[in-house]
Design a protein around this ligand. Structure first.
Ligand code: ADP
Ligand code: MG
Length: 238
């Protein structure tokens, strides 16, 4: 079954179509990577799934529900941003618990979910710390933790590793893949880094100037690029 579908989706800003006729099905529990150069429309696609932008034309479905016009909080998705966006005055526990408190989840249930997520991410010993007392990698784990506790059907990640140094980035790639296996949820992961895309994705969607150039498993794109753009982009060194 498709967990997320785009049907002839367009997004126009200032008379320019930054997303053009996107047709896409993200399979249930798949790790799908949207990759392409800066400005090609990756974040816009992700934000339309989250409900932070509305398509100018076309339909987006989550499961079999048409979500055009549906509020972000009514969509069963969790988004992890590039800059983490942790609340600086709250400790790790409260950062992770915040969205659950807003939704009126009972205290005991919140404690259980935060504890479980913290154990998965190996940050259970950091629950009382403030974000400024954490390393970059630890902050990234807290940001992931906030998404996990929501128990969402779809995880949306917008360049979550781009603020980390190279060594940590490689380590966190493996952590996120492990997390995907563990939570068995659909991931839509955005990056401009073709190596990240090739090592993480079950399937990769290559975007250029708002249009899909090719989609398929990493090996297929590598062996049979659909055009010069894909060949050049996938084949370029890290
Ligand atoms: P990417 O994430 O691939 O770098 P984006 O989806 O952020 O690309 O942006 C695609 C294009 O749309 C860019 O040219 C960007 O400047 C433009 N854009 C994105 N958001 C807005 C907005 N809110 N208003 C006007 N233009 C925007
Ligand atoms: Mg972006």
């Amino acid at each position: 079954m498709a967990r997320v579908s785009f049907v002839h989706v367009y997004k126009r800003f200032d008379k320019v179509d930054v997303v053009r006729d996107i047709n896409l099905e993200v399979k249930d529990q798949e790790f799908l990577v949207l990759v392409g150069p800066s400005g090609c429309g990756k974040s816009t696609c992700l934000r339309m799934i989250a409900g932070l932008e509305e398509p100018t034309a076309g339909e987006i479905y989550i499961g079999d529900m048409l979500v055009n016009g549906v509020e972000p909080k009514e969509r069963n998705v969790a988004m992890v941003f590039q800059n983490y966006a942790l609340y600086p005055h709250m400790n790790v526990f409260d950062n992770m618990a915040f969205s659950l408190k807003l939704r009126g989840v009972p205290r005991q249930e919140i404690k259980k979910r935060v504890q479980e997520a913290a154990e998965i991410l190996e940050i259970a010993h950091l629950l009382n710390r403030k974000p400024k007392e954490l390393s970059g990698g630890q902050r990234q784990r807290v940001a992931l933790g906030r998404a996990i506790v929501r128990d969402a059907q779809v995880f949306l990640m917008d360049e979550p590793l781009s603020n980390l140094d190279a060594k940590l980035r490689v380590q966190m790639r493996a952590e996120i893949i492990k997390l995907h296996r563990r939570v068995q949820t659909t991931f839509v992961y955005v990056t401009h880094d073709q190596v990240e895309a090739m090592t993480m994705g079950d399937r990769i969607v290559v975007l250029h100037q708002g249009e899909i150039q090719q989609m398929g498993p990493p090996q297929e794109l590598y062996d049979h690029p659909a055009n010069m753009f894909v060949a050049g982009f996938i084949g370029s060194p890290a």
